[in-house]
Design a protein around this ligand. Structure first.
Ligand SMILES: *Cc1c(COP(=O)(O)O)cnc(C)c1O
Length: 471
């Protein structure tokens, strides 16, 4: 294939994409593929001779598409969304065509300066004060890793990278038991050790970290000779949307000189709507915040927004400047690769530029408000169904429920219901465990989701439960 062939196939791909999205409601949301099916359909050895792109495309449609779980399906109610808005997809096509590597200002002046401006647009959109600087990371996991590394270096007087952790006082990091597993992995990778990630119980309707217990733990650890370094708090935990009391948590962080990082990977997008900001009241006191525009907002994977009060703390931890990466004779420029663990970076900011301009913050706010309203309506409908229980009330557009028919174990019945719903294919849901109960998660958040799609979930849930009962 040559660039001269590209217009033909590029147009084909654009048409395919539009038709794919238009026809998604007719496909099962979750791939109905068996393990190993796709692998078996792919030749075991690579071709030596070039093959016509027509053949590759035919196999793509035959082998790949049926094996896809359709994250862009309007009735994708599982996990959290991973929205691909058409405007951001268009931007991604342009990025891919230029394929720049944006590690330094001089390797990508437009990408660097666009990133600075877009992160500041986002900061304003979220209502954060102007003391925050932003960088785009590939994922919330990477942002949290960067934050944990800063916690470590700051606590060790910026000597951990040089000396390693042997012979140091053991570092301690605190979180609730509702935070995402990316926190565990950050602790492992940072060499701090899972034993030094201290999980504090939660309390109240939002399953917030018990700040009294948190403070008591920090004091006990100080007495015992540990080195408390930071707190990771969550706003919109993955399982059930748990939200810590950010004001109280940050106050404790300040009192004991700990670095605070807020993981709002999913819920952060909703903060473009002022009425939801009570969920993270006090966030302006945090040292670091991450949220994923690649979840709810619409800048398809990957694009994670990481805000920090002190870029110096981040670059002091992560910047490395061998001669070949130096930019001589240009002061005051930003090399964003010094703000993250990977060196190479895609031009992700262009997706934000297209997204925010094509829909406006108002358009995005409207989408999020609809999802929240429709999910809350559905929760109220499920609450009135016999044998159904809302286990956690909606936090924004996420709630959990379970099915407890008479004379059946509720965990087992709920899992059976979930499996039957996903085999049906019209909607897609996942499970979690909260307070010892197996529950089904429901979240509305897909870019093209309508109220009808959410109401279809009610139909599928009630029909499937009835079928299981009658069986
Ligand atoms: C999805 C999620 C993450 C992980 O996000 P990645 O960008 O996939 O690393 C972290 N925390 C929370 C609360 C999440 O919902």
């Amino acid at each position: 294939m040559r660039w001269s062939d590209f217009p033909k196939w590029g147009k084909w791909a654009a048409d395919w994409a539009a038709q794919y999205h238009a026809g998604l409601r007719d496909r099962p949301v979750r791939a109905q593929t068996k393990p190993g099916e796709v692998l078996a359909a792919l030749p075991a050895a690579p071709p030596d001779a070039a093959q016509p792109i027509e053949d590759v495309i035919a196999d793509f449609e035959r082998i790949v598409v049926p094996g896809i779980t359709h994250w862009q399906h309007p009735r994708f109610f599982a996990y959290f969304p991973s929205n691909a808005s058409p405007a951001a997809v268009l931007a991604d096509n342009l990025i891919t065509a230029m394929a720049p590597q944006c590690m330094l200002w001089q390797t990508s002046p437009a990408a660097t300066e666009m990133e600075t401006r877009m992160m500041d647009w986002l900061r304003q959109g979220l209502g954060l004060p102007d003391g925050f600087a932003g960088v785009i990371q590939d994922s919330a996991s990477s942002a949290t890793l960067a934050a944990v590394l800063v916690m470590r270096e700051r606590a060790l007087n910026w000597d951990g990278n040089a000396q390693g952790l042997a012979g140091q006082r053991p570092i301690r990091i605190y979180c609730s038991n509702e935070v995402h597993t990316s926190v565990d992995r950050a602790i492992w990778v940072a060499g701090i050790g899972a034993a030094n990630l201290v999980r504090i119980p939660t309390q109240g309707p939002l399953r917030s970290i018990d700040v009294t217990a948190l403070e008591a733990q920090i004091c006990a650890d100080l007495k015992a000779g540990y080195l408390p370094a930071g707190i990771v708090a969550c706003v919109g935990g993955t399982g059930t949307g748990a939200c810590d009391d950010i004001a109280a948590t940050c106050a404790i962080a300040k009192k004991y000189n700990l670095y605070s990082h807020i993981d709002a990977a999913w819920a952060g997008a909703a903060m473009i709507c002022p009425e939801y900001r009570t969920l993270w009241a006090g966030v302006e006191e945090a040292d670091s915040i991450v949220f994923n525009p690649h979840k709810w907002l619409g800048t398809q994977f990957d694009l994670s927004a990481h805000f920090v009060k002190s870029p110096e703390a981040l670059t002091r931890t992560l910047a490395i400047q061998p001669e070949y990466l130096k930019t001589h004779g240009a002061d005051g420029i930003i090399n964003y690769s010094e703000w993250s663990v990977p060196l190479g970076r895609r031009f992700r900011a262009l997706k934000l530029w297209f997204l925010i301009r094509a829909y406006g913050l108002d358009g995005l706010r409207g989408m999020i408000r609809n999802h929240v309203t429709w999910a809350q309506e559905l929760a109220e409908q499920i609450r009135t169904l016999p044998e159904f229980e809302i286990v956690t009330d909606p936090v924004l557009s996420l709630f959990t429920f379970r099915w407890a028919p008479e004379r059946r174990d509720a965990d087992e019945a709920t899992l059976a219901l979930l499996a039957a719903i996903n085999d049906d294919g019209r909607i897609y849901l996942t499970q979690t465990r909260t307070a010892g109960k197996l529950v089904i998660r429901f979240q509305a958040g897909q870019f093209d989701c309508t109220r009808d799609d959410v109401q279809t979930a009610l139909t599928v849930i009630t029909e499937t439960a009835k079928t299981l009962k009658d069986a």
